[in-house]
Design a protein around this ligand. Structure first.
Ligand SMILES: [Zn+2]
Length: 256
């Protein structure tokens, strides 16, 4: 039997209580989301905690949901994940029956994709849908989404206004790249959809003040910016390009 939503919400409220016994429980919304891979997310929007759990967990036992709640809440609060929660979760996902379910789910989801949006580590459609819902209230019209043919560093992402297409460098389609970095690059390109290039006195302005203001609304803006700065030379290596000798500001120029 799938979990009634109120019970899931209670499980998350309890997890918050365990980490922060003195704080009142925040508003919490828990939903299932058909991620291609076994994936769950937790984030805070307008003071409310939004949890999205892989649909593969619909029928998971309550002990597993409790463990997952501890893991996600710990992640959100930047606390250590309790060893027991980690163990219960890993036991569940490494079970052969679950693995089989996850693989057939992925195959089914993957078959529907027409573009090159589904990479080996990340699925751009999934990232777009999630960001669109969380930051644009689902209002952004969906462009074509694709990984680039080559691994490029100079352009981690690009929005092609003429073809209404977002292309993300394949060098980011790797498990060694944190999800918040990939999301951040996609988010940046989505802002180009929201804020079209302005032409003034024969010049083009892509990163307007409004654009930059919106960009800072990304939950992991600082972290992603820092990560890219710290890992620029590794990214270049992946892309087979020479090491960059640029300042942080110049990295911004790497996003078109
Ligand atoms: Zn840009």
């Amino acid at each position: 039997m799938p979990f009634p939503n109120e019970i899931l919400t209670e499980i998350y409220a309890k997890a918050f209580g365990l980490f922060k016994p003195d704080a009142p429980a925040p508003g919490i919304s828990v939903t299932f989301y058909p991620y291609v891979n076994v994936n769950h997310t937790i984030r805070v929007r307008e003071g409310k905690v939004l949890v999205k759990i892989s649909t593969l967990f619909r029928d998971a036992p309550s002990a597993v949901h409790e463990a997952l709640a501890m893991i996600l809440v710990a992640k959100l609060l930047r606390r250590r994940v309790p060893a027991k929660a980690d163990l219960v979760y890993k036991d569940f996902v490494s079970d052969p029956a679950f693995r089989e379910l996850a693989i057939s789910h992925k195959r089914k989801k993957g078959r529907k994709r027409l573009t090159g949006a589904s990479g080996s580590a990340y699925d751009l459609e999934e990232i777009f849908d999630r960001l669109n819902e969380d930051y644009f209230r689902g209002s952004l019209s969906k462009p074509r989404l694709s990984w680039s043919g080559r691994k490029t560093f100079r352009r981690l992402g690009h929005y092609d206004e003429a073809h209404h297409a977002i292309v993300i460098s394949r060098s980011l389609d790797s498990r060694s790249i944190p999800a918040f970095v990939v999301e951040y690059v996609v988010y940046h390109e989505m802002l180009h959809v929201k804020h079209p290039t302005v032409h003034r006195n024969g010049r083009r302005y892509s990163h307007t003040a409004e654009f930059k203001r919106d960009e800072k609304k990304y939950d992991y803006f600082e972290e992603a910016d820092d990560w890219i700065e710290r890992n620029a030379s590794d990214l270049k290596k992946i892309a087979g390009e020479e090491s960059p000798k640029k300042t942080r500001r110049n990295y911004w120029g790497l996003f078109d």
